[in-house]
Write a protein that binds this ligand. Structure first.
Ligand code: NAD
Length: 251
């Protein structure tokens, strides 16, 4: 129970990678706040039914007032915030297209959730994280930031920004003893991906082919790395991005 007594806020935690990480942290004793645009309360109820301590709050991470409410809810419900995982992002619903066909509105929509959402989440949780004796932020970037995948320019740009934000935030938050690291997953069969057969048809085979460990990747493959960054074993590590992709990109 390496996270006993800790409070973790996970955005986009109702399903997919966020949900798997939420359950992994809860298994180590953390109390969980699921903040999601959809089914946050239901996901928290399902976790509570599994015997975990969890609360849910409907949150659009691109909405400043929502995100402030999320942080307040976590503090009021569990007394503080020790771990923030700003995981929510637009990815699984994006239709791949050549960059010159991406509209300005599509660009803004992706950036609003994937970068502004991270900024707003860290900012809203800053005061509570500063009071923690073991403050952690774990961003979720992506291997695409290093590989430069085509047909997703807005998404790739947003995940490159998350890597850079992780580094800059690590420097700014170091004096407050808050560690900031990132996980960069490879193509993962998350709930959102599984609901998008076209995405699977386009990405699964090339992803498998590029892997040293040639098998599908699941949200559960990220849990160990998330626990490492959330817990005491990473106490002198900050600003880093750990690629978890079965050995596709050696970072
Ligand atoms: N699945 C992959 O292959 C993959 C690879 C690399 C990185 N990632 C990253 O992992 C994270 C999770 O991806 P996933 O595949 O589990 O996605 P998913 O689609 O399975 O789940 C995403 C969750 O985020 C929520 N969400 C979306 N927009 C939101 C918003 N504005 N406010 C609050 N919640 C919102 C959704 O409701 C959903 O519960 C994302 O940051 C994604 O970019 C995914």
């Amino acid at each position: 129970m390496k996270l006993a007594g800790k409070v973790a806020v996970i955005t986009g935690g109702a399903m997919g990678i966020g949900r798997a990480i939420a359950e992994g942290l809860a298994t180590e004793g953390a109390r969980i706040v699921i903040a999601d645009r959809a089914r946050a309360v239901e996901a928290a109820a399902a976790m509570s039914a599994q015997g975990f301590s969890a609360a849910g709050i409907a949150t659009d991470v691109a909405n400043e007032a929502d995100v402030e409410r999320m942080a307040k809810h976590a503090v009021e419900t569990f007394g503080g915030i020790d771990i923030l995982i700003p995981n929510a992002a637009i990815f699984t619903t994006i239709r791949p297209k050549p960059f010159h066909e991406i509209t300005a509105q599509e660009w803004r929509d992706v950036m609003d959730v994937n970068t502004l959402g991270v900024f707003l989440s860290v900012r809203a949780c800053l005061a509570a994280l500063s009071r923690s004796t073991s403050g952690r932020v774990i961003t979720i970037s992506s291997g695409v930031a290093f590989k430069g995948n085509p047909l997703y320019l807005h998404y790739v740009a947003s995940k490159g920004a998350v890597v850079s934000m992780t580094r800059s935030l690590a420097r700014e938050l170091g004096p407050r003893k808050i560690l900031v690291n990132s996980l960069a997953p490879g193509f993962t069969l998350s709930d959102g991906v599984l609901a998008n057969p076209a995405l699977i048809a386009g990405a699964r085979k090339p992803s498998l082919g590029g892997r040293t460990l040639e098998r599908d990747m699941y949200p559960s493959d990220l849990v160990g790395a998330a626990l490492f960054f959330a817990g005491p074993d990473s106490a002198f590590i900050t600003g880093q991005t750990l690629v978890v992709d079965g050995g596709t990109y050696f970072h």
